[in-house]
Design a binder for this molecule. Sequence first.
Ligand code: PEP
Ligand code: MG
Length: 324
Amino acid sequence: LTADLEGLRGLPAETLDGHRMPLWVNTGLITDALRSLDRGAEGVGLYRTEVPFMMKDRFPSESEQQKTYREQLETFSPALVTMRTLDIGGDKSLTYFPINEANPFLGWRGIRVTLDHPEIFLVQVRAMMKASEGLNNLRIMLPMVSNVTEVDEALHLIYRAHVETLEEGFDVEMPEIGVMIEVPAAVYQIRELAQRVDFLSVGSNDLTQYLLAVDRNNPRVADLYQAFHPAVLHALKLIVDGAHAENKPVSVCGELAGNPMGAVLLMAMGYDVLSMNSTNLPKVKSVIRGISREWADNLLAEVLTMESGQVIASTIQLVLEKAG
Ligand code: PEP
Ligand code: MG
């Protein structure tokens, strides 16, 4: 089976009736990036920049960051690399920037931290832009957005960073900017958010945790963390429809995209890109190559009428097994 999956590397993720589904990867370390290319990744949908920050015992300097980002951009060029601005807080902390809160998942995390510390944000965005000189395959993505003001403020800082980068003599294009949809409020402002940026990407891990009010890391409530809960699926459908109504592409970069059953449903919903851990990519590709888009559409229509996440999950599992 492993040999079969390896053989898929050069083949497109295309259904039996010719629907192409771009499969991208999530990275953090440069080793993830190299492994991803081996597995036939077509781009990076989520580069978690907090990973290199966690390897240090102080904030990496602008030039250190530039070097780290350059490696990612060069490795994938000409394919696009979506760099997420620092997403600390919640379950991700830096020893040299402790955040102590009673409710870290509802607290100071992601864009909230960097908008309160524009100096951290500006250094990071300038480092990304400088790293992209001559390659121009950078996209920048904002985590944990819960209202439009955060996007407007972040865009303002990003334009400023671009001007400063040009003034320093770098010849770089303005990258495409995107927003992560991972807070329920963002689902209901999907069109307003889409109007402000170039692309959207769903963080289904956080979106599921916040929709269901279930800590994604708490084993005691793990059985309530249902990736296929009808509320999650309906939210995912609202997001893709809203993004497309504004003619903006939308991807999923949470774990659901790397789950073969999730990938089939997301494709049927109309998602433009699925971004996953490289380990899951060959399996997802092989499932997509084994079904038709029409079959996936019918499955989605049936699933969207169901009322229980457990029934949905076992139904999909069953039909996928039957389909081989
Ligand atoms: C997500 O929330 O789905 C996501 C991709 O981001 P992270 O897992 O890094 O929070
Ligand atoms: Mg997240």
